[in-house]
Design a protein around this ligand. Structure first.
Ligand code: AKG
Ligand code: FE2
Length: 423
């Protein structure tokens, strides 16, 4: 599959990056004039620009796009780029190749973004893991086939019936709390255990058995990529070798890691809302892949949601609550959600993530031996410390529509410690 990286200005203010994996035909049928209007670049590239505009703005007719809305872009450094009403988050990019070569500036930037934003891009290109970019495309293909299975077959693998830690199986649309249609979520998800090389005996549809080699390559490669990040963070935090983060997240040790495949459903035109509720992630690090926009973050430095746009050749990585607990709040998990453009409906969207989590018996409290990790606030004597396994079990009840209560004590576990969340 050819991937084209291109930039464009949307309504002369927004900037987005697109790739050509998105379907072109419906757009060509609706926007023939716009394709011919672009003076500088080849027709194929313009087609991709138009696809991105449509995907992003959910526009149905060319008349909604002003004539000058497509201009030749280039990397935008502007800080006030907006899509619809929301700004675009200007996140740091960490080069995996730089970390592999021991580049100190790269390691410093990783620590900075883990402390301040909790989200960053990870550039996989030119690294030893560049091959992962193709594996990610194979994962998208598997994900689409999986969600296309008959719903009766999917329901045979109901995540709530296959185990109590939700490490394997299917969740239909609307089961959890979310921001659509009576406050339900707007996506299907399928969870696959992350440590399938350690324990390959999980129950699954035959489709996943057919694609086990790809799943194994994806999970083990991803784990190694994330361990490079943990290694760099450990050394920046000056953790002693015996207390390093990597010892709590060994590739060969059982842990509740997962791959989460997601399919957001298109909303009917008269329905709007965010299909995935604001949350922080239940894990140490999350690595996320998407082709189309929708992810929004609420950084501590900002009072408004900002889009995180996908970039070809890059993953989006975020700090989960696990690393926040293990560093007594120094590394920040950041609240995020998935939302359409304000005033428009959600279009169909696929994404998937690998959530790396601490081994089951790890105590989820500040690590010792580092002068950089702050001392825990509050009453250390009386505060209860959960193991990774216990903590996982505690959080799940919060996500269910039936048990979720807005604004109650303890809901920070789901909503990420923010008192007020803007809409
Ligand atoms: O689909 C996305 O972009 C975000 C997914 C996510 O935040 C999650 O699964 O935890
Ligand atoms: Fe998340």
């Amino acid at each position: 599959m050819v991937t084209v990286s291109a930039s464009l200005y949307l309504r002369a203010t927004g900037y987005i990056t697109v790739d050509s994996a998105q379907p072109l035909q419906p757009v060509l049928e609706t926007c023939p004039n716009l394709i011919l209007q672009h003076p500088k670049v080849g027709k194929d590239l313009v087609k991709n620009y138009v696809v991105a505009v449509i995907a992003m703005a959910h526009l149905n007719s060319p008349s909604e796009l002003p004539n000058n809305s497509i201009r030749e872009g280039g990397e935008s450094q502007s800080r006030d780029v907006r899509i619809g009403l929301y700004p675009v988050a200007q996140l740091s990019t960490i080069k995996l190749a730089g970390l592999q070569h021991g580049d100190e500036e790269e390691a410093e930037e990783l620590l900075r973004s883990a402390r301040e934003d909790g989200f960053f891009y990870l550039d996989l290109q030119d690294s030893a893991f560049e091959g992962m970019i193709n594996v990610v495309e194979d994962m998208f293909t598997i994900s689409k086939m999986l969600f296309n299975l008959d719903s009766l077959e999917k329901m045979e693998y109901d995540v709530d019936k296959l185990g109590n830690l939700k490490l394997n199986g299917y969740k239909p649309i609307g089961r959890n709390y979310g921001g659509v249609n009576g406050k339900r979520d707007g996506f299907e998800s399928y969870t696959i255990p992350g440590k399938i090389k350690v324990d390959p005996s999980f129950r699954r549809p035959s489709l996943l058995t057919d694609h086990l080699p790809t799943l194994e390559t994806f999970t083990s490669t991803t784990h190694r990529v994330l361990n490079l990040l943990l290694q760099s963070l450990s050394s920046s935090l000056q953790l002693p070798p015996e207390g390093a983060l990597i010892n709590l997240h060994r590739e060969q040790s059982p842990s509740p890691d997962i791959v989460r495949l997601l399919k957001y459903h298109a909303q009917p035109p008269n329905e709007q809302g965010y299909p995935q509720a604001p949350h922080t992630d239940l894990g140490s690090l999350t690595i996320l892949f998407a082709h189309s926009p929708g992810l929004q973050v609420l950084r501590s430095s900002s009072s408004d949601w900002a889009y995180v746009l996908p970039k070809p050749g890059h993953a989006i990585v975020n700090i989960g609550d696990g690393l926040t607990l293990l560093t007594n709040g120094l590394l920040r998990s950041c609240l995020h959600r998935v939302a359409p453009i304000k005033g428009y409906s959600m279009t169909e969207r696929y994404s998937f993530a690998y959530l790396q989590r601490a081994q089951y018996e790890v105590r989820m409290t500040g690590l010792t031996g580092s002068d950089i990790i702050p001392v825990k606030r509050g009453n250390v004597e009386t505060e209860q410390v959960f193991t990774s396994r216990e903590w996982l079990g505690k959080k799940f009840g919060m996500l269910r529509k039936e048990t979720f209560e807005e604004g109650t004590e303890g809901s920070w576990v789901l909503t990420g410690q923010r008192e007020e969340v803007p809409v």
